[in-house]
Write a protein that binds this ligand. Structure first.
Ligand code: PDD
Length: 283
């Protein structure tokens, strides 16, 4: 059975869902995306993802013609039509199709594309991620979840070719984030991650984790950290709607914290899964 996707008001088999060659997402990467996790049949933290979508769209002056409730409704409909219980939902909104011209087209209507991706989302991790550090080659507004992802494509491809699961991006001597994830280090009972700014995406999984760190007995220190600090940390963790809370066991071929998934990452992943049963920490 073919996957059913959403395109501009219609639910279609994926092979029938086509979009104009003039779509500005295709021509200029003039669009925004979101990825929300589905765990054990539950859509996780969708409100927070929608809030970030609205903010990203406002930052690029793209007026969303759909309400938050409508878009959340499409998420649920796609889960139902595809019997999705584990994986994620990808959403992309672009400024629409118009003859090629850099400035905003007067007449174009935004395009909305959404599709499901089934993948296992298991509480237990068989092994941690291996990371490859690389220079961060991205633009200066990484707080906007833009579909312009060429720097991440190249970084994650280099990581894959080195036998790694994820890239670890570095700028001005400190780690910005993973190729498509937020980076953390653990020292004792303290989790460290850099402050939000235009230099990083405000991760929803990061935000969810912050809501339960203190009550789980952990402290949070918001500051940049170096690759050397990560290599010497007790644990390293990356978080994202696709990886959830993922222990890192190797960076650039060097074992982290003994080379096994650490207890802090495992504990936090457990809490994340417990909360996912009711739609996540943020709703
Ligand atoms: N990426 N930083 C970057 C650069 C990201 O692309 C992502 C997510 C994150 C984590 O954000 P969140 O916790 O909201 O997923 C941080 C998605 C999953 C992707 O591109 O597939």
């Amino acid at each position: 059975m073919s996957r059913i996707v959403y395109l501009n008001g219609a639910y279609l088999p994926e092979e029938q869902a086509t979009i104009s060659i003039f779509d500005r997402g295709f021509l200029f990467a003039d669009g925004i995306y979101e990825v929300s996790a589905v765990i054990n049949g539950m859509l996780v933290d969708v409100d927070a993802h929608m809030a970030r979508l609205e903010r990203s769209c406002a930052e690029i002056r793209l007026a969303l013609p759909w309400s938050r409730a409508e878009i959340i409704g499409i998420h649920h409909e796609l889960m139902k039509r595809n019997a999705l219980t584990s994986g994620g939902i990808y959403l992309q909104v672009t400024r629409g199709a118009a003859d090629r011209s850099f400035t905003f087209p007067g007449e174009a209507k935004p395009s909305l594309v959404m599709f499901t991706q089934a993948r296992p989302m298991n509480r237990e991790v068989a092994r941690g991620y291996k990371l490859l550090s690389l220079p961060d080659l991205r633009w200066k507004r990484r707080d906007i979840k833009s579909v312009g992802l060429l720097a991440q494509v190249l970084a994650k491809q280099a990581a894959a070719e080195a036998g790694c699961d994820e890239a670890l991006m570095i700028e001005d001597g400190v780690i910005t984030e993973g190729g498509s994830s937020t980076a953390w280090i653990v020292k004792g009972k303290t989790l460290i991650s850099r402050p939000l700014s235009n230099a990083v995406l405000a991760g929803i999984t990061r935000k969810a984790m912050l809501t339960y760190l203190a009550e789980s007995g952990f402290a949070f220190e918001e500051r940049p950290f170096t690759l050397q600090e990560a290599l010497e940390a007790d644990e390293v963790i990356v978080t994202a709607a696709t990886a959830l809370i993922m222990p890192v066991t190797e960076i650039d071929g060097q074992a982290i914290g003994g080379g096994q998934p650490g207890p802090v990452a495992r504990r936090l992943r457990d809490i994340y899964f417990d909360l996912a049963e009711t739609g996540g920490a943020l709703g």
